[in-house]
Design a protein around this ligand. Structure first.
Ligand code: DGJ
Length: 385
């Protein structure tokens, strides 16, 4: 057996101490600052979402590389683990891009954005959905990717990418949609910019009925009864869809609604508080920040009532120079929700920063409680006490 010298024991001790002091370093959030993982490396999980499973939070997000190249997927979806939300341990790449097959849909250089993972207790599967664009085709594919795993941190196996809800009309379809779509509209590959014309004039919903609905920025939401929903920016980003997933979470059930028609909203997040559904999202301005949007509804199917920008403080009209990605219910604290947003850096994607802030509810005698998100340089979970 190889003997370990006293010197290497010393080095191992130093390494263990260094690792120990790196972990457990944080006892507060510092929005916008470098946020180091257990290895002392800035967390690389952009456009992320969080799964809470068996006492542990798992943070999944886009692994970015340096420079503008980092806006494409060269590595995959990164996973981190934490028990306290301040200190994160690197769990590695949960879903990898494919490096040896240029024809694979997940080939390196494609786009993987806003991955979200939910757990299905019936199938005991971890189910990841993400916004997926094919390599070299900009944002025109507008698809949702699916991957599944048997452990929270993965590895996840890629299953397929789809344009959801092909051949089914939303529950709130209008007669004007159910008519043939102009040939030019059918042949155009829309890329996600603001359209000069109203999507209903182009009938992008009718087009999506034939091709499957376009799906870009997205989130997942699991309701109290275990039903999961996929919320995605559709109709060339002009209109959001809220779509029910099947019982195993790996497909769309065909029940869906269009919401905020022609409001050009993206970066959707959804959460539930005291029986009301809340939405926070953004306008549609590429990587540049804009004012957050929010809304409330008594039923997930709507009607949704817009509440405006909940942000307050410096740069509130730009969502603190960030864009929503997820709202996390803090475990063990009723009514405690954490707003997660990305301060993108498209010139050096890896240096994107995380803006995490508490959501405050303004008490109301009855009905829903309006929300606000105030800027804080530093804060901790004590704000929820
Ligand atoms: C805004 C979206 O929210 C991001 O996820 C990303 O798709 C950028 N647009 C690309 O411009």
């Amino acid at each position: 057996m190889k003997r370990i010298s006293r010197r290497s024991v010393g080095w191992m001790l130093c390494w263990a101490l260094a690792a120990g002091s790196a972990a457990g370093r944080y006892s507060s959030f510092e929005p916008g600052q470098i946020w180091k993982d257990n290895n002392g490396v800035h967390i690389n999980a952009h456009g992320g979402g969080i799964l809470f499973h068996e006492g542990v939070y798992y943070w999944f997000g886009e692994h970015k590389i340096a420079g503008r190249a980092g806006n494409l997927a060269h590595v995959g979806v990164h996973c981190y683990r934490s028990k306290d939300l301040y200190n994160w341990t690197d769990e590695g790449i949960a879903l990898s891009v494919v490096t040896d097959d240029p024809n694979h849909p997940l080939t390196a250089g494609c786009i993987i954005e806003r991955p979200k993972v939910i757990y299905n207790p019936k199938t005991r599967q971890f189910v990841m959905w993400f916004h997926h664009e094919l390599k070299g085709r900009g944002y025109t594919a507008a698809m949702s990717g699916l991957a599944v795993g048997t452990r929270p941190r993965g590895p996840y196996q890629y299953v397929r990418s789809v344009r959801p809800n092909q051949g089914v009309w939303p529950m709130n379809v209008q007669e004007s949609h159910q008519k043939p779509v102009d040939r030019k509209v059918m042949e155009t590959h829309y890329s996600g910019g603001s359209l000069p014309r109203h999507p209903d004039v182009l009938n992008l919903l009718g087009k999506g009925y034939v091709t499957g609905q376009m799906a870009r920025d997205m989130t997942l939401f699991v309701d109290d009864d275990g039903t999961a929903y996929h919320i995605y920016a559709s109709e060339d980003n002009s209109t959001l869809h809220i779509a029910e997933l099947t019982e195993d979470y790996t497909d769309h059930s065909g029940r869906f609604v269009r919401v905020f028609a022609a409001r050009w909203m993206e970066a959707p997040t959804l959460f539930k508080h005291k029986g009301f559904y809340y939405f926070i999202g953004s306008g549609c301005t590429g990587w540049a920040p804009n004012a957050a949007r929010s809304a409330v509804a008594e039923s997930i199917w709507g009607p949704w009532m817009e509440l405006g920008n909940p942000c307050e403080g410096p740069d509130a009209e730009l969502t603190f120079r960030a864009q929503s990605t997820y709202v996390l219910p803090v475990q063990g604290r009723k009514g405690a929700f954490l707003f997660m947003a990305d301060r993108w850096n498209p010139e050096n994607a890896i240096d994107g920063r995380y803006i995490w802030l508490p959501i405050e509810f303004i008490p109301a005698a009855d009905g829903y409680e309006p929300i606000r998100i105030r800027w804080r340089d530093q804060w901790d979970l004590g704000v929820f006490d």
